[in-house]
Write a protein that binds this ligand. Structure first.
Ligand code: XMP
Length: 201
């Protein structure tokens, strides 16, 4: 019998010294993503859509989008957008700003906006309003994680992987100071590791 252990297959470990708790191991994420892909395929088929365009918010959504894409059974195009925040000169309020890196035409297309995590809702509420200006046939949102308790903007995603409490999570595309995106699982980052200055090279 061949040895299919994680070690023998040289797979990354499902733990990390900076992670306090693993919330979703890679196997559970894969199951949920497959299930989301099935639901999305059925919903868009019922809508009469022959093609779907996933628009991922870079960089956080790229891992999730790459896996979700392969679980959708209708023609699927992909694109990305970037969002940054800027602060008013005379107030502490921050505003999201879209960098239109998306190259595909969205007009009269079925668009599914994909993000790693829905937190205050400000980013997705803003982006949805921006993309709506391009007159898509439909515009829905899919997030892997939802911190429901932290919402500021009235926003809900049509498709959600997991609802989580108010903890800072990393892995599966989610980062802290650009680290941990490559972890195959989603876990809670230890408080003592939430110090970006310590990562400055
Ligand atoms: P809002 O608050 O606009 O922002 O919904 C969503 C963006 O905030 C980031 N975010 C996190 N990133 N772990 C992360 O790595 C977290 O726990 C977390 N909570 C929010 C993320 O960039 C997301 O797109």
């Amino acid at each position: 019998m061949p040895n299919f252990s994680r070690q023998a297959l040289n797979l990354p470990p499902e733990t990390h010294p900076d992670v306090e708790t693993v919330l979703f191991p890679s196997r559970i994420i894969a199951q949920r993503v497959a299930s989301l892909g099935g639901i999305i395929t059925n919903d868009y088929t019922a809508l009469g859509a022959h093609e779907l365009t996933l628009v991922g918010i870079a960089n956080g959504a790229v891992v999730f989008m790459a896996d979700l894409l392969r679980q959708i059974r209708i023609h699927t195009r992909i694109d990305t957008v970037r969002v940054s925040s800027y602060q008013d000169a005379d107030s502490p309020v921050t505003h999201p700003q879209m960098h239109a890196t998306n190259r595909l035409a969205l007009s009269r297309r079925h668009i599914l906006l994909v993000d790693d995590i829905l937190d205050t809702g400000n980013t997705l509420a803003f982006l949805k309003a921006e993309l709506q200006k391009q007159a898509p046939a439909s515009l829905r949102t899919c997030v892997l994680l939802d911190k429901k308790g932290r919402r500021q903007a009235a926003f809900d995603a049509e498709y959600t992987g997991f609802v989580i409490p108010d903890v800072f999570v990393v892995g599966y595309g989610l980062d802290f100071a650009e680290r941990y995106r490559n972890l195959p699982f989603v876990g809670v980052l230890k408080r003592e590791c939430q110090n970006a200055a310590a990562f400055a090279s």
